[in-house]
Design a protein around this ligand. Structure first.
Ligand code: ADP
Length: 629
């Protein structure tokens, strides 16, 4: 045929310009695209060969080769797949749907260079990614079922030329003349790394070949090179497609490390096969430790997605709910089109179904793990906080998530936590609600005077000391039909109805007796507290501070202030233990002596709950005076 230089259609020229000039940093994906095309070409030849035997009469060993010539600075990707004739070359590498370019240009403009690999996949222009690293590309190809070979050549700016060529075997070679600043791709290890990273599970062997073997190559070097080049760089088997019983733990661990760069290995491995509405395979991992960025909103999260063995992308967050963002792994589905883009995944029905199946699987794995005592605690210590978010954000699974939560309690040993169902099981028969208290530190919570009556009545109290716990109280609402009640807020009373009644009348009596004293205290502490009253929650302590039922705890207020949030100042209520001798004693005092004692009482209530006092110097002075007496 006559070699004639042809200009690229305007759209292609423009698209090439976009590809090459985009500031995209990961030029390396060109190799994924070329290997993926090669694999497709083999797939097609194999498929057609099933019915047209003459196409595969040469009985090919299906394979892909990456041959590099360091001297000439070329890389050649060769397959023995279907091949192309002149018309195919013209159609496949000379034109693209113009509507496609327009959309491509639009998308690239909107999303910026970093979105290029997705866009390349989405718009089916992967071949042109070669121009990110090469200034000249030559394709030599011979189509199965024909006798003639052709070549397509382009330096991008000057259009392309299709002409006759020489080629013995069927298939296609794509030869890249690498740009001077892209010679890293001539290195075996760099290439092997890329193959591992992007194309490990391509179903055909991908081998490396050095073209310009030095004449004076040492024997040892030759031997190790030949060994390297004889072996495929990819494993070819998708681990998630093999039955669990056939895979060694170390193999899973190696894959996990490769996937996550977490060299500790996984805590739990969950292979999983989805059947029914959508068919997919998944290989999920729970890491041993939380990464530092688990609470950074921009952190990359999500699973890797393969469609029919072809890597689509990692960090696909649509495959996992937020509260499972610590889970790592891979999903492989054949129910998705190969050219899916992230944007399309956003509201894809198949993805939604996979996400829901994956969520259910992880939940049931955690429910199994729950039976394993200490091992579950290990998990919960690492990821409990993230899990708790699910109660707030995922109403569909909130009830199941609640059953996975553990809390320290006033009664449990330090460091121990209990499940809500165990807390409920241990409730005295007259306890109706689930009690909790919020504090920054477990020690503070345990010492809180607000727990005293609960303790005396045999009621345990959950200690909410994780910063998310207080946020969550609203979403927790109830468990097993029981409300969550803060023992440091509102009115709480303990014991049987009779006991409550008796206590109420005793309280009223005490309040009557202490009325003048209560009025004095209220006047003196007017700036600090909203009210002063007789307490129902104290046993040993003389006094404590409590909030309205819906008010924020002091721990929460401090945290919000630390985060520079506006927090409405809300005065709390000072509760006095009417039965306490100290209260009675102070009530009997008069003048400055009583004033100082009231001030000390108030400060001691703050100290008892772990809150700072306003005037430390004054406090110590008053205390010193008292001790001198
Ligand atoms: P896509 O692969 O998404 O269609 P590309 O730009 O990567 O887009 O490739 C364009 C077309 O060129 C392919 O659809 C295919 O028909 C053809 N092609 C590319 N590489 C090869 C190859 N190695 N063997 C046969 N055909 C190929």
């Amino acid at each position: 045929m006559e070699a004639k230089k042809q200009e690229f259609k305007a759209e292609i020229a423009e698209m090439l310009d976009l590809v090459v000039n985009s500031l995209y940093s990961k030029k390396e994906i060109f190799l994924r695209e070329l290997v993926s095309n090669a694999s497709d070409a083999v797939d097609r030849a194999k498929y057609l060969g099933l019915t047209q035997k003459e196409l595969v009469a040469d009985n090919p060993d299906w394979a892909i080769e990456i041959a590099v010539d360091r001297t000439a600075k070329t890389m050649m990707v060769t397959d023995n797949g279907i091949g192309m004739d002149a018309a195919d070359l013209e159609k496949s590498l000379g034109t693209i749907a113009s509507s496609g370019t327009k959309a491509f240009r639009q998308a690239l403009k909107e999303k910026g260079g970093e979105a290029l690999p997705e866009l390349i996949g989405q718009f089916g222009v992967g071949f042109y990614a070669a121009f990110m690293v090469a200034d000249r590309v030559r394709v030599v190809t011979k189509k199965r079922g024909t006798d003639a070979a052709f070549q397509w050549e382009s330096d991008m700016t000057g259009g392309y030329v299709i002409s006759d060529a020489e080629r013995a075997d069927y298939g296609t070679s794509v030869m890249l003349h690498l740009r001077d600043d892209q010679v890293e791709y001539l290195d075996y290890w760099r290439v092997a790394d890329l193959v591992k990273k992007y194309s490990d599970f391509i179903a055909y062997p991908i081998r490396f070949r050095t073209v310009d073997v030095p004449k004076d190559e040492k024997d040892d070097d030759r031997k190790s090179r030949e060994e390297r080049e004889a072996k495929p760089m990819n494993t070819m088997v998708a681990l998630w497609k093999r039955a669990r019983k056939d895979v060694k733990d170390e193999e899973y661990a190696e894959f996990y490390k490769h996937l996550t760069h977490d060299y500790d290995g996984p805590f739990e491995t969950i292979p999983f096969s989805g059947e029914g509405q959508v068919e997919f395979k998944a290989l999920l991992f729970i890491p041993k430790k939380a990464t530092m960025d688990l609470f950074v909103p921009q952190q990359k999260r999500g699973l890797s997605l393969y469609v029919r063995n072809v890597f689509i992308g990692d960090d696909i967050e649509m495959l996992l709910p937020q509260w499972l963002r610590f889970v790592k792994g891979v999903v492989d589905s054949s129910d998705l089109p190969l050219n899916v883009s992230r944007e399309m995944l956003q509201d894809d029905a198949v993805i939604a179904k996979i996400k829901s199946a994956v969520t259910a699987k992880i939940l049931s794995s955690l429910e199994d793990l729950k039976k394993k005592g200490d091992r579950y605690d290990e998990f919960f210590n690492a990821f409990g906080t993230v899990l708790k978010e699910g109660v707030h954000t995922d109403w569909e699974h909130a009830d199941r998530i609640k059953k996975l939560l553990k809390y320290p309690t006033a009664r449990s040993d330090a460091g121990r936590r209990v499940f809500l169902e165990d807390y409920v099981k241990d409730m005295p028969s007259d306890q109706k609600d689930i009690y909790y208290i919020c504090a920054e530190r477990e020690e503070d919570a345990r010492r809180a005077p607000q727990l005293e009556q609960a303790r005396k009545h045999g009621c345990d109290v959950l200690l909410f000391c994780d910063p998310v716990d207080e946020y969550l109280t609203e979403s927790l609402r109830e468990f097993d039909g029981k409300k969550f009640v803060d023992v440091a807020k509102g009115d709480v009373q303990f014991g049987s109805d009779d006991e409550k009644k008796a206590e109420k009348s005793a309280n009223e009596k005490a309040a009557g007796e202490l009325r003048p004293f209560i009025e004095t205290v209220k006047k003196q502490l007017d700036k600090d507290v909203s009210d002063v009253r007789v307490s129902t929650r104290l046993a040993e302590s003389p006094c404590c501070l409590v909030a309205r039922e819906y008010a924020l705890s002091p721990a929460m207020v401090r945290m919000m202030k630390a985060m520079h949030q506006d927090v409405p100042e809300e005065k709390r209520i000072l509760e006095l233990n009417a039965a306490h001798p100290l209260v009675r004693k102070v009530a009997a005092l008069a003048g400055d002596e009583q004033k100082d004692a009231i001030s000390l009482l108030y400060d001691s209530a703050l100290i008892a709950e772990g809150s700072p006092i306003a005037d430390g110097a004054k406090f110590t002075k008053l205390l010193a005076n008292l001790m001198l007496k």
